[in-house]
Design a protein around this ligand. Structure first.
Ligand SMILES: Nc1ncnc2c1ncn2[C@@H]1O[C@H](COP(=O)(O)OP(=O)(O)OP(=O)(O)O)[C@@H](O)[C@H]1O
Length: 258
């Protein structure tokens, strides 16, 4: 089993230059994700969630504070294959089949695909696509493409998994099914996971805790722990305990009633 690395944001601040002026996007973000934890990040559009993920990937520099993965800089962790990423757009290469798309991060890192052949097949089975190994993306549904993207995100055995609305484009039924699958995969792999989502249900169903952000500049307004046992069944979506938690997240997200 892969052991997750700690992912830590310490007093992170970031501005973008917009028409000559510095526009603060996030400010004073302090967030420690312990090894093997699952954190969901939720907040209004434009509050800087994707920016935080890009910083954690080492793709954006910070203006203040620091982010570390297992105590190291994110760009170093990324180049060592310790970060897996999955986004709303599965972004598969249309000319590559499922096996070749899953293997893509190995090509990028210059690693041997031959040595990883068994792991690639294991991941394809893990996301339920054994029969589609040789299919190209045009032959797959949206949900199947997203499964390929999740298998691809795990192929370097990352210790940290960063997901930005991975199921945002899917309908509710498929989304719930993918939530169950992601839970199963996470229970098997235990990478430290940070999931950005607009779905309060999805956040509570999957995470150990839900971190709520507020906007302009983006900052953390609160955290709600989810003390529900795993594996969590889909019946959970209909329980009072679940609704108490989603109500709590919603209240924090929308602020006090006028
Ligand atoms: N490269 C950039 N240059 C200038 N401004 C940017 C840049 N990238 C993002 N922004 C701005 O930073 C803010 C935060 O964007 P970000 O995409 O991180 O928000 P988000 O919370 O992920 O939003 P959403 O939920 O809509 O995806 C937005 O106001 C956006 O316009």
């Amino acid at each position: 089993m892969v052991t997750g690395d700690a992912l830590e944001f310490r007093e992170v601040g970031k501005s973008y230059a917009v028409r000559g002026a510095a526009l603060p996007v996030i400010d004073g973000i302090d967030l420690a994700c312990p090894p093997g934890s699952f954190t969901a990040l939720i907040g209004p559009s434009g509050c800087g969630k994707s920016t935080l993920l890009r910083i954690a990937m080492g793709l954006e520099p910070v203006d203040a504070g620091a982010v570390t993965i297992g105590g190291q800089r994110p760009d170093i962790a990324r180049k060592a294959g310790r970060i897996g990423v999955a986004f709303q757009d599965a972004a598969l290469l249309p000319w590559r089949n499922v096996t070749e798309n899953v293997a893509l991060p190995l090509d990028v890192l210059g690693r041997s695909k031959r040595r990883a052949a068994a792991e690639i097949q294991h991941l394809i089975a893990l996301v339920g696509l054994e029969k589609f190994r040789s299919a190209v993306p045009a032959e797959l549904s949206g949900g199947m493409r997203q499964r390929v993207a999740i298998a691809r995100s795990l192929v370097t055995s990352p210790t940290v998994l960063l997901m930005d609305e991975p199921f945002g484009a899917l309908d509710l039924i498929l989304r719930r099914q993918m939530n169950l699958e992601l839970q199963r995969i996470w229970l098997e792999r235990r990478a430290t996971t940070l999931l950005v989502t607009h779905g309060i249900d999805e956040a509570v169903f999957l995470a150990d805790r839900v971190v709520v952000m507020g906007g302009r500049p983006g900052r953390i307004v609160g955290t709600i722990d989810v003390p529900l046992e795993r594996p969590r069944p889909t019946e959970l979506f209909r329980t009072a305990a679940f609704h108490r938690l989603t109500d709590e997240v919603e209240a924090m997200l929308t602020g006090p009633a006028p």
